[in-house]
Structure formats: C-alpha cells, structure tokens
Design a binder for this molecule. Structure first.
Ligand code: AMP
Ligand code: ZN
Length: 119
C-alpha cells in the first residue's frame, strides 16, 4: 500500500467505489467518469505506478488483471450476446498517454463501438 495512492485507498476501503470484482491479488471497480456504458478499472492490489516499472515478479498478477477483464467482459456480454460486439482494454502509461492515477490499472471499456486509432 502506498500512502497517498487513490487506488490503494479504494482497495483498503478508505475511499468508496463500486467494486465489481475482488480476489487476493486483484480488484476491479466502476470508473467514476465513465467513457462508455461499461467502464471498469482492474488493478493489482500490489502498488506499482505503471507498466513501465513492472518486473518479472509482476508477470502473474498482470496476467490475472487481463483475465479478470476478459471474465468481466463475458459477464457483461461485451463481445457476444449483447448489442455491440467488441470491447477495449487499455493501460495508459505516462502522462502523455492520459495516465492520471499512478497505480497500474487496466481500463475495460464496452457497450458502444470504438474508433481506431484512439485519440
Ligand atoms: P488514467 O487516466 O488512465 O490514469 O485512468 C484513471 C481513471 O481513474 C480515470 O478514468 C478516472 O475517471 C478514474 N478515477 C479517478 N478517481 C476515481 C475514483 N475515486 N473512483 C473511480 N474511478 C476514478
Ligand atoms: Zn496504489
């Protein structure tokens, strides 16, 4: 846990959030400012700032974050069985990518169509 980290505080229930998934190593919650009908953030409980500082030790938990996103996407029918067929998963890394919270998180966005390239 990092003292001044918003997402560590959400994991510790010090700041409220709409949690949608949790296990020993991973937690996920609704984004407070959703950019799509589904916009969930999936995080490792271990604090690290971004993909850039992830190490081999973090390999497994990053895989768990990705698989949690896929499971949430299936549950919400973001690929099959819903109105739209596709979802987007994004790690922003660094300020010019749009990263504003420096605790690694995967955005899961779905429920609408998306353009490529992203803005
Ligand atoms: P990023 O810009 O990639 O660092 O993503 C940070 C995300 O965290 C943004 O989409 C914000 O809307 C979201 N966010 C910021 N504060 C909160 C909060 N208290 N609860 C839920 N989501 C948040
Ligand atoms: Zn943190």
């Amino acid at each position: 846990m990092s003292q001044d980290c918003l997402f560590c505080k959400i994991a510790a229930r010090e700041i409220p959030a709409k949690l949608v998934y949790e296990d020993d190593e991973v937690f996920a919650f609704e984004d407070i400012n959703p950019q799509a009908p589904t916009h969930i953030l999936i995080c490792p409980k271990k604090h690290f700032a971004s993909l850039d500082v992830a190490t081999r030790e973090d390999e497994a938990v990053i895989g768990k974050v990705m698989l949690a996103a896929a499971q949430l996407a299936r549950e919400r029918k973001l690929l099959a069985g819903g109105t739209f067929s596709g979802y987007r998963t994004v790690f922003n890394t660094g300020k010019d990518s749009g990263q504003t919270v420096f605790h690694l998180h995967l955005h899961l966005l779905g429920g609408r169509s998306f353009r490529w390239p992203p803005g």
